[in-house]
Design a protein around this ligand. Structure first.
Ligand code: XUL
Length: 525
């Protein structure tokens, strides 16, 4: 029996999924999560993070992730049904952008770890910074401006690295660290991402960063998958020697270190490069070609689309684990706007859904749903724009907002991915079938709801399988890799209603015109 282990270290938890692949048998044999707040309460996190005293400061203690990795491998090793000898390869992913700072003693500390003792307390002497800023941190606006200015403006930074300088991205974070704590920066021998730090703990070496996570740093030349000397110079002095090398996502980067072999009787299993949770989710949700897009309806709404070339219209372009490009289009007005609309009219979701069903197309009335400032398109002046109705009418407002959101998502998704055959819907609001019905009607294609709680860990396990076969000289296509794991369940399909598809096709054109006309204007109502 061939087993593959995928790990995902997200903001709030560490998840492990083991899959079994033998002939036609393809199944998940282990799926388990450790929650940082609950299972590691001694680190004092809330939602897996700690909020600092400075406005927008959000970080996590890196030792907590090491602790979780230790406990998870113990769980796997103790699971009677899993023979660890059969695990052929291990891959992983982690929350993107977060960074871990190691000092010069790190290699020695690691060499000296005692397999009879828990890992985390033994790592104390390894860090040059005991805090890892994570993707939620928003303290680097100044550094973003400085980096963009040095590189020739945000568009130029985006063309070079895949994104304009962003507060949560690692480059601006490193720059701030260098400016605020120059001594600690100079004492830093390595800056790892959360992903490459955990891969390093597994191999006991200095694991590379993969292009998928590397493109979340504002430091990598996206076209060539190498560190950009220009971006490095714009960030901090002597940064090149502080970064690990880059390696392809499918490369084996080492074998499980003696610590794990002796502590939990694992063999010297092959370990792959780790990547970011978003690129890994792409595989775990089966978004492996450009005609399927994933739409996540979360705090903000995001579209993930795979393309052969970077799409100019996306908010961010990352590399994907398939070697292509992962385009991410981000809409700030997601669930927060939906919730605030629902609450304004004192509705629960059953009542709000009823309003959605009542009059699809809102009798032609449109709303630009920019309750907050928006990133797609860039809207500097917050405020809903209503056309043909006022604030008093609950039904028109609820439909205007949600239909407007779905039209914006569909129009901008089409600009990234020319032909869309299917939409995979994820995120909290995807449980609402009426919202998905609007989505299906607006896109004019089937929408499938996927239970993706652990799609990043599943994606990692699938990547382990893909890389193992590649290394064995028996490569398998990505279609074969994901087959049997990511097909949506028929009961989760929401089909478009042809009558409404034609109507929304027209409304989408009107919506695009309104969006264009009003994006630089202040709200009028
Ligand atoms: C993506 C991002 C988040 C984290 C969450 O740019 O910041 O999705 O990866 O884990």
């Amino acid at each position: 029996m061939a087993l593959y282990l995928g790990l995902d270290c997200s903001t709030q938890s560490l998840t492990a999924i083991v899959i079994e692949i033998e002939g036609d048998t393809r199944r998940i044999v282990f799926n388990s999560s450790l929650n940082f707040d609950r299972d590691f309460s001694e680190y004092g996190t809330t939602g897996g993070v700690i909020r600092g005293t400075e406005d927008g400061e959000v970080y996590a203690p890196p030792a907590m992730w090491a602790d979780a990795l230790d406990r998870m491998l113990a769980r796997i090793a103790r699971k009677a049904e899993i023979d660890v000898e059969n695990i052929r390869a291990i891959a992983g992913s982690a929350q993107q952008h977060g960074s871990v700072y190691l000092n010069r003693r790190a290699a020695d500390v690691w060499r000296g770890v005692d397999p009879l003792q828990p890992l985390a307390p033994q790592l104390h002497g390894m860090f040059s910074r005991d805090r890892s800023p994570v993707w939620m941190d928003a303290t680097t606006a100044v550094q973003c401006r400085e980096i963009d200015a040095a590189l020739g403006g945000p568009d130029r930074t985006k063309a070079l690295t895949g994104s304009p300088a962003c507060e949560r991205f690692t480059g601006p974070q490193i720059r701030r660290f260098f400016q605020q704590q120059p001594d600690a920066y100079h004492a830093t021998a390595r800056v790892h991402l959360v992903s490459s730090f955990l891969a390093s703990l597994l191999t006991g070496g200095d694991a590379p960063i993969d292009p998928g996570d590397g493109s979340g740093m504002n430091l990598m030349d996206l076209a060539h998958n190498r560190w950009s000397p220009e971006a490095l110079d714009a960030t901090a002095p002597d940064l090149r020697r502080r970064l690990p090398p880059l390696a392809q996502t499918w490369e084996l980067v080492g074998r499980l270190a003696p610590y794990w072999q002796q502590r939990y009787t694992f063999p010297a299993t092959a370990v792959l490069a780790w990547t970011g949770d978003n690129p890994s989710s792409l595989i775990g949700t089966g978004v492996i070609h450009d005609r399927v897009v994933a739409v996540s309806l979360g705090t903000s709404d995001t579209v993930l689309a795979l393309t052969k070339e970077p799409a100019g219209q996306s908010s961010h372009v990352f590399r994907s684990p398939t070697g292509d490009f992962m385009n991410l289009v981000c809409f700030r007005n997601g669930s927060l706007a939906r919730e605030s609309m629902r609450m304004e009219y004192g509705l629960d979701w059953t009542a709000a859904s009823e309003l959605l069903r009542q009059s699809p197309g809102n009798d032609g009335w449109l709303m630009l749903p920019w309750l907050e400032i928006e990133s797609t398109p860039r809207i500097a002046h917050a405020g809903l724009r209503r056309f043909g109705f006022d604030r008093a009418d609950a039904g028109r407002n609820v439909r205007g907002l949600i239909e407007g959101q779905m039209m914006a998502i569909a129009n901008h998704a089409t600009a990234v991915s020319a032909r869309i055959d299917r939409v995979i819907a994820t995120g909290g609001a995807a449980v609402n079938r009426d919202i998905l019905q609007v989505m299906a009607n607006v896109f004019g294609v089937d929408v499938y709801r996927l239970d993706v709680e652990n799609s990043a860990a599943l994606g990692a396990a699938l990547r382990a399988y893909h890389a193992d076969r590649l290394a064995a000289g028996e490569p398998v296509s990505w279609k074969t890799v994901v087959s049997g794991f990511t097909e949506p369940q028929p009961g989760h399909r929401v089909a478009p209603n042809p009558k409404h598809v034609a109507m929304y096709a027209e409304l989408r054109r009107d919506y695009a015109i309104l969006e264009h006309l009003h994006k630089s204007r202040r709200p009028i109502c």
